[in-house]
Design a binder for this molecule. Structure first.
Ligand SMILES: Cc1cc2nc3c(=O)[nH]c(=O)nc-3n(C[C@H](O)[C@H](O)[C@H](O)COP(=O)(O)OP(=O)(O)OC[C@H]3O[C@@H](n4cnc5c(N)ncnc54)[C@H](O)[C@@H]3O)c2cc1C
Length: 444
């Protein structure tokens, strides 16, 4: 009997991990707490169509994700389109794409506009060779751009994901993010939506003999030197030779037995959650895929208009707009009930867009997620937890491990690849020691 592996969590990281392990011939059971696979990429039904709860797109530099899509036959199914960016400052919506847009950007003085343009072009190069992991983002950017650009533009624009902690996050994170996006305005979206990717991964796991269980929350994880015991909320216990946990570390701490809890990484990262509201509109908004919203009297600080990227057909000829605010899961906004957020944010969106009338809003939905962005401390490269939990056969593959990469499907797939390599090395070693046969790499 070859090593049984349990993967905890059916987001992209768990799905990619299970897919790889099954392809290597191991018997795998994937356990997902909710009734849907996909984690932060899950979806809901509107007018009999599947729509992502949280906006998602693919970048041309997402090599690991694109390779995975290729493996499950979906590469040609990514539609690429040039997208444009806007910027809403003091209630005024502007285009923010070209040198001309920048020259017209009056919230900054002419000298600051020129400085912004020149530094932005050089920024990636200026960061090379610097220890940006130990440098505060605010110190780095304020020094380069000056106080005015920092406080008027950069802090609110890039700080959205981290809130007031943004200035303290290592500058390396922003540097990596600029590398991923690399001023590239081309973005991609899977032709069948993210659900098609999730379905293809599930099909691949099951075709290879793996088991996928949804509505299967894990309530306890116990480790011994040679096995991992995973107990489900319904009392069922699975004894595994190896396990991979993809659930956020604070959630894993809540289900780890005492011994495992002691072995888990000491670093305790705060996480930002997100409150995100979808608007199905009867008319387009601005045509800008992304527009940060600064000082405009709104609770949300960004607007994503999906339809310039995806078209309207998949939403029943409606235009889809997401507005969002990243916030702590304990904040008053996060705890507020969905109906009042929907009502207030609808008014705020209408106030930002004069051409938009209440009757143009067809449907409003609110979704929240508690663990989205780990707020990395300075020097996190040396504190980043190892994926291996010492003295156990449990491995960790979470968003706390992808740094300095940006949290994204691509980073999760890269992480899944490296964790799988390590696990296969260990499983091969134990199968040699125990003199058991290693499975043929064909169970696909
Ligand atoms: C608003 C928003 C916008 C984003 N935009 C993009 C984008 O444009 N492009 C991009 O690539 N990425 C984007 N991301 C980031 C991306 O979604 C995440 O980085 C990625 O989904 C993380 O995947 P994961 O598998 O590590 O975690 P998750 O997706 O969080 O998966 C973890 C899974 O574990 C399950 N789980 C938790 N506890 C248990 C338990 N006890 N037992 C069993 N299962 C459990 C959860 O239900 C969940 O399904 C965005 C995220 C958000 C929120």
């Amino acid at each position: 009997m070859s090593s049984r592996v349990v993967v905890i969590g059916g987001g992209i990281c768990g799905l990619a991990t299970a897919h790889r392990l099954v392809r290597a011939g191991l018997p795998v059971t994937l356990l997902e707490a909710s009734d849907q696979l996909g984690g932060l990429g899950t979806f809901f039904s509107s007018q009999d169509r599947w729509v992502e709860r949280f906006y998602h797109c693919v970048m041309p530099s997402d090599d690991a994700l694109l390779a995975l899509l290729d493996e499950v036959g979906l590469t040609d199914g990514v539609g690429w389109r040039p997208t444009r960016m806007g910027m809403v400052v003091d209630g005024v919506h502007r285009s923010f794409n070209s040198a001309l847009d920048l020259l017209r950007f009056t919230p900054l003085s002419l000298a600051d506009r020129i400085r912004f343009g020149v530094i932005s072009l050089l920024l990636r190069r200026l960061g090379k060779g610097k220890d940006l992991d130990r440098m505060r983002t605010e110190d780095w950017l304020r020094g380069l751009y000056g106080d005015k650009v920092w406080s008027t533009l950069l802090a609110p624009m890039f700080g959205a994901k981290f809130g007031s902690a943004f200035g303290d996050v290592p500058a390396l994170y922003l540097w990596q993010r600029l590398g991923r996006e690399s001023n590239d305005s081309v973005r991609g979206y899977p032709a069948g939506g993210y659900k098609s990717v999730i379905d293809a991964l599930r099909a691949s796991i099951e075709a290879g003999g793996g088991e996928v269980r949804t509505s299967a929350p894990v309530s306890r994880v116990e480790t011994a030197p040679d096995r991992v015991l995973v107990t489900l909320a319904d009392g069922d216990t699975i004894e595994a030779d190896h396990a991979v946990s993809t659930v956020p570390l604070p959630a894993l701490r809540g289900i780890a037995d005492e011994d495992l809890a002691r072995r888990l990484p000491e670093v305790r990262l705060p996480y930002q959650g997100v409150v995100n509201t979808l608007f199905f509109l009867r008319k387009p908004l601005s045509g800008h895929y992304w527009a940060p919203v600064l000082r405009s009297g709104t609770d949300f600080d960004g607007v994503i208009e999906m339809t310039p990227l995806t078209g309207t057909e998949r939403y029943g000829d409606r235009h889809l707009v997401y507005v969002m605010r990243y916030t702590d899961r304990e904040s008053a906004l996060y705890r507020e009930d969905d109906a009042s957020i929907a009502e207030r944010w609808t008014e705020q969106l209408l106030s930002l867009h004069e051409g938009l009338a209440p009757e143009d809003v067809d449907e409003v939905r609110v979704f929240k997620a508690p663990f989205v962005e780990p707020v990395y401390p300075l020097g996190y490269l040396s504190q980043r937890p190892a994926v291996e939990v010492p003295g156990t056969r449990l491995m960790l593959a979470t968003t706390a491990h992808v740094y300095p990469n940006v949290t994204s499907w691509n980073s999760s797939v890269e992480l899944a690849n490296s964790v799988t390599d390590l696990l296969l090395r260990d499983a091969r070693r134990s199968s040699t020691q125990e003199n058991t046969a290693w499975p043929a790499e064909s169970a696909r």
